[in-house]
Unconditional design. Structure first.
Length: 152
């Protein structure tokens, strides 16, 4: 399987401005050769469970999912719930990256198995720094099991 089939980050974000900025920051810092950006929860689940347009994709999981909560079609909390309910996706690190700062969203995210909850800073420079730090932590520092169960 070629390296280009491995996905570093699945970015689930319906706001094109935030998504484009996040992608630019990750690329600028050489953190993500392969980021897949999807705009709603339904497509995110299709990608993860290899359904629909993604039925033919390589059988590998992203190293981390950056998940917005306010999404069209299927909301972020439901996406998180389905990720954690499925044997194949249960162990994928999920970072909730959202504009919400509501206590109930934070509590619900952790209850459903989020690994991290980050409120999107509104200021441009703060947002770029946050995305850069998240990318560095989840792609360079954090260890995850490899696809065959050996730590990578």
């Amino acid at each position: 399987m070629g390296h280009n089939t491995l996905v570093d980050i699945l970015l689930v974000e319906d706001n094109p401005t935030d998504a484009e900025l996040a992608l630019r920051v990750l690329r600028k810092n050489n953190l993500a050769d392969n980021v897949v950006w999807v705009r709603d929860g339904a497509v995110a689940l299709d990608f993860l469970f290899r359904r629909g347009d993604y039925a033919e994709r390589a059988n590998s999981m992203p190293r981390v999912v950056f998940l917005d909560l306010r999404l069209p079609k299927i909301g972020g909390l439901e996406v998180l719930h389905q990720i954690r309910e499925n044997e194949n996706t249960r162990t994928i690190p999920v970072v909730v990256l959202t504009s919400s700062k509501e206590e109930r969203d934070i509590a619900a995210s952790y209850k459903l198995g989020a690994n991290s909850f980050v409120s999107k800073p509104v200021a441009f420079d703060e947002f770029t720094r946050t995305v850069s730090e998240l990318g560095q932590y989840w792609l360079l520092i954090n260890k995850i099991p490899s696809q065959d169960g050996i730590l990578s």
